[in-house]
Design a protein around this ligand. Structure first.
Ligand code: GDP
Ligand code: MG
Length: 341
């Protein structure tokens, strides 16, 4: 039995449901979600194991028009997730019209697939071209003994597939789903025509990441496109997220549920001490006025956040939450570097 494995990146505008989908597929919460945009701030990998395959789903920050240095870095994080993936999953939201943001996301996905198709074609040509026989590094076509141990097939990388997901179909009727599929397919076709056809067919999947409708079909399609390969992550490992990062994100997730307007963007969390069972997590805000909101009346917000996070951690943890003002951290490269963005 051949073992298949590979990576599938999920890209889309903020809030379309990328993180919810990755959690649904993996069957465990590996990445935080919220009704606020720009919740996801890093690439988070969730691993799906099957007896004959392993698919690594890469959750990414939403692609958007950046207004801050942080926003720019988040976009870079999302687009760089497309390097070396086997499947590109682009997601749109069925509850809103297909807008310029979605077009940009689809264009990113298509461009990436096309670039990889081209380099795969070049590699294939290079690998079999007799003209290159005597060039350094060239392969000796038809000469099996030429380069000892050189596996020609391994040199020919299959281009990634482009799958388009229309999410949140639980919120619209069948007609709405069809309209969306048609609208997004139109964009897909226009893109394919613009830059030359994408050799791999673009496929469309209506899905609800919340109810799970359509998710199995999507997963099957992803698995079917994985190449033969090794197990990248040991069985039982469902994510590569470090524990300290995870706890900081759980704190931020709880804060996002409790604060409003622009404040979610201003919050960054990081664990500064991990001396089990004592864990200290710092909450950064940008202004003094925000500090009070995060703490809440008589410390009520912070207390509720702490309780909700502790419930998701191993019993016995002492979780200390501190709020600190770090002026304009979203705009400052030094702060972003320090915070690991
Ligand atoms: P992301 O920014 O793309 O990662 O989006 P999230 O996964 O954080 O989800 C954004 C919001 O959309 C959350 O409130 C989710 O509960 C909601 N959501 C995600 N998928 C679905 C879905 O299939 N149906 C419905 N009704 N809501 C969804
Ligand atoms: Mg997300």
């Amino acid at each position: 039995m051949t073992y298949r494995s590979g990576f599938a990146a999920v890209i889309g505008r903020p809030n379309v449901g990328k993180s919810t989908l990755v959690n649904k597929i993996v069957g465990t919460k590996v990445t935080i979600t919220s009704p606020r945009p720009n919740t996801t701030r890093a690439q988070v990998r969730g691993v799906l194991n099957r007896p004959d395959s392993q698919a690594v789903f890469v959750d990414t920050p939403g692609l958007h028009r950046p207004r801050t240095a942080l926003g720019e870095r988040l976009n870079d994080t999302a687009t760089s997730s497309l390097d070396d993936v086997d499947v590109v999953v682009t997601m749109v939201d069925a509850t809103g019209a297909i807008g310029p943001g979605d077009r940009m996301v689809l264009a990113h996905g298509a461009r990436r697939v096309r670039a990889q198709v081209r380099s795969a074609a070049r590699a294939a040509e290079f690998a079999v071209s007799p003209a290159r026989e005597n060039q350094p590094g060239g392969l000796h076509a038809g000469d099996e003994e030429g380069d000892e141990g050189f596996d020609r097939d391994a040199f020919i990388v299959a281009p990634p597939a482009l799958l388009v997901v229309v999410n949140k179909i639980d919120k619209v009727d069948d007609n709405g789903v069809l309209t969306h599929l048609a609208a997004v397919a139109e964009v897909g076709e226009a893109l394919a025509a613009e830059g030359g056809a994408i050799p791999t067919p673009v496929e469309y999947f209506p899905v609800s990441a919340v109810t799970g409708e359509g998710v199995d079909t999507l997963v099957d399609a992803v698995l079917a496109r994985l190449p033969e390969g090794p197990r990248y992550y040991p069985e039982g490992m469902i994510t590569d997220v470090a524990e300290a990062f995870w706890v900081a994100d759980l704190v931020r997730e709880q804060l996002l549920l409790r604060v409003e307007d622009e404040l979610p963007h201003s919050i960054a969390c990081r664990v500064t001490e991990w001396e089990w069972p004592r864990v200290r997590c710092e909450i950064l805000v940008e202004r003094d006025s925000q500090k009070g909101i995060v703490i809440g009346k008589g410390g009520s917000t912070l207390k509720a956040v702490g309780t909700a996070v502790r419930e998701q951690m191993l019993p016995g943890v002492y979780l200390d939450l501190f709020v600190r003002v770090e002026k304009r951290w979203q705009q400052r490269d030094d702060a972003l570097d320090r915070l690991g963005f």
